[in-house]
Design a protein around this ligand. Structure first.
Ligand code: GLN
Length: 531
């Protein structure tokens, strides 16, 4: 039977519950425990797929095609396990399931209530994770802050899980802010006390407090938290701010949280092997010299909108001990007139994925700039599509060539909706999740992957239109990756260029510490070599 760890948040959100949970996951996994993670979000949207990236950050895509919360990206990068669409559940998804059941008469006319119907559905998801993952330990993060109206059903559900699974099999870790008051130069424990009181009123006594602080604290404060929150002093963990999220597993290791957890849950830990992680962190510390990459996107107001792209760039940079600095370029305001100024001195340009009209012409200008100035270019999804449109317009002379997503009447529909055998309702549905790309021999793509195939994740609706393939090839573009089953273009490259490659899939979802995605690694290396 699996053991369950629930991570809740106290005082404020944004404390890094996900990073704390993932770090614990790393320590347990590296001690021989099979770990799985999941996230519960209190918002009423059914999934993050249609949420505004500027408000909510990126949509992380799982192997099985789930459009999930960006925290799952952290989980995967940390514990290096493939999570599933089920690993991300919002209150909206739960309520919508309950209402569907009600409409289908499955509640047989009973009054449908938050308790037990909503809480039962939440518990079903928690227990389902045990079934689908076969993990020894399932770490579940409850989004938001304890005390929020929206998160109450989740807190009630996890309280019930302890009753159903038993004290020894369930653990509650409460991550809460221990604020520092600059005026009086002291830490204040009162907010944590109140937060624990709030949890107690909901029937949960946390087993561990992770106090999030700005720096180290005096030992007596731990004693104070222990005394007023009914928690053994050794179970009061202090986790100070860190300059890199990847250092948190090492910080948590020093607190022995993994041992406290193993003790409570009766887990047998093998000797902890963090050597790979330590090497990665020492690379981070040795990465002093910066390399700049221009990222031309339209959600540049919130860097979280490109979280996995950013992390993939950083991870690839650390591999060659370089600190990647991203220069954000707003595609919406990029024009012929300011292009030179905005991209001045650029050593590498990345155009990420996106949907909708705004910023398209700016992105096309950036791809053009990269191509004609021999600047390394990495295009992702829409970034591949616009690179093809640019090539069609400016190399093939196909005036106003476009994607039918944005100009359905174009004479040259370079990017179009393609009937696919694997997708039933083409037009309405996205191509989501994992597909295998066959790589053409002796191309940049096959060299970077050092393989004849690449398995990567997708999230898009439109595809390259094969009617134009011949024309592109004659003019020097190479289609170096294909999804054979549906004859879909996955990767394009221009061999006469220093480094120009773009993929229809999203390579950013598979970068891991010490294991950068090959396209990102090749790109960052090319930028570094571009003196
Ligand atoms: N909007 C494009 C499509 O649907 C690209 C999507 C993306 O970049 N994720 O095909």
């Amino acid at each position: 039977m699996a053991k369950f760890i629930f991570i809740t948040g106290g005082v404020v959100s944004g404390l890094g519950k996900g990073i704390t949970g993932s770090s614990l996951g790393v320590l347990l996994k590296q001690s021989g425990v099979k770990v799985f993670m999941q996230k519960f979000d209190p918002y009423l949207n059914i999934d993050p797929g249609t949420m505004n990236p500027i408000e909510h950050g990126e949509v992380f895509v799982t192997d099985d095609g789930g459009e999930t919360d960006l925290d799952l990206g952290h989980y995967e990068r940390f514990i290096d396990e493939k999570l599933l669409r089920n690993s991300s559940t919002s209150a909206g998804k739960i309520y919508s399931e309950a209402l569907d059941k009600e409409r289908m008469g499955q509640y047989q006319g009973k009054t449908v209530q938050v308790i037990p119907h909503i809480t039962n559905l939440i518990k079903e998801k928690i227990y389902k994770a045990e079934e689908v993952s076969g993990a020894d330990v399932i770490i579940s993060e409850i989004g938001g802050t304890v005390g929020d109206i929206e998160s109450q059903p989740f807190v009630e559900a996890i309280r019930q899980v302890r009753m159903e699974k038993g004290y020894d099999n369930v653990m509650f870790i409460h991550v809460a802010l221990l604020p520092y008051l600059r005026v009086s130069a002291e830490y204040k424990t009162k907010p944590i006390q109140h937060s624990v009181k709030e949890m107690l009123s909901l029937g949960i006594q946390p087993d561990v407090i992770v106090a999030r602080t700005e720096g180290e604290i005096e030992d007596r404060l731990k004693g104070k938290i222990s005394l007023f929150c009914n928690i053994a002093k050794e179970n009061v963990i202090v986790c100070p701010d860190s300059d890199s999220i990847y250092k948190v597993p090492l910080i948590i290791k020093e607190t022995n949280l993994h041992k406290i957890v193993a003790n409570h849950l009766n887990l047998n830990l093998k000797e902890l092997d963090l050597s790979g992680w330590e090497k990665f962190v020492s690379n981070i510390d040795e990465s002093k010299e910066e390399i700049k990459i221009h990222l031309v996107g339209k959600y540049v107001e919130l860097s979280d909108a490109y979280l996995s792209v950013m992390e993939s760039l950083k991870i690839a940079g650390y591999e060659i001990k370089k600190k990647v600095k991203i220069v954000w370029v707003n595609a919406r305001t990029l024009t012929k007139d300011n292009l030179e100024k905005e991209l001045e001195g650029t050593k590498g340009i990345l155009v990420p994925g996106g949907f909708g009209e705004s910023g398209i012409e700016g992105k096309i200008l950036a791809a053009n700039y990269a191509r004609i100035n021999n600047v390394p270019y990495l295009g992702i999804c829409l970034g591949m599509q616009i690179a093809c449109i640019e090539f069609a317009r400016n190399v093939l002379g196909l005036e106003n060539a476009h994607t039918t997503e944005l100009n359905p009447k174009t004479n040259y529909p370079i990017i179009d909706i393609i009937e696919g055998k694997d997708r039933e309702k083409i037009g309405g549905t996205l191509r989501l999740g994992r597909y295998e790309t066959s790589l053409v021999e002796n191309t940049l793509a096959s060299k970077l992957y050092n393989s004849s195939t690449a398995i990567e994740r997708h999230r898009h609706r439109y595809e390259f239109n094969n009617e134009f393939k011949d024309q592109f090839e004659k003019a020097g573009m190479v289609f170096s990756g294909m999804y054979d089953k549906e004859d879909l273009v996955e990767i394009i490259e221009i061999p006469s260029h220093k480094f120009f490659i773009a993929s229809q899939y999203h390579p950013e979802f598979t970068s891991r510490p010490n294991k950068p995605n090959p396209l990102f690694m090749g790109f960052v290396q090319a930028v570094n070599d571009n003196k």
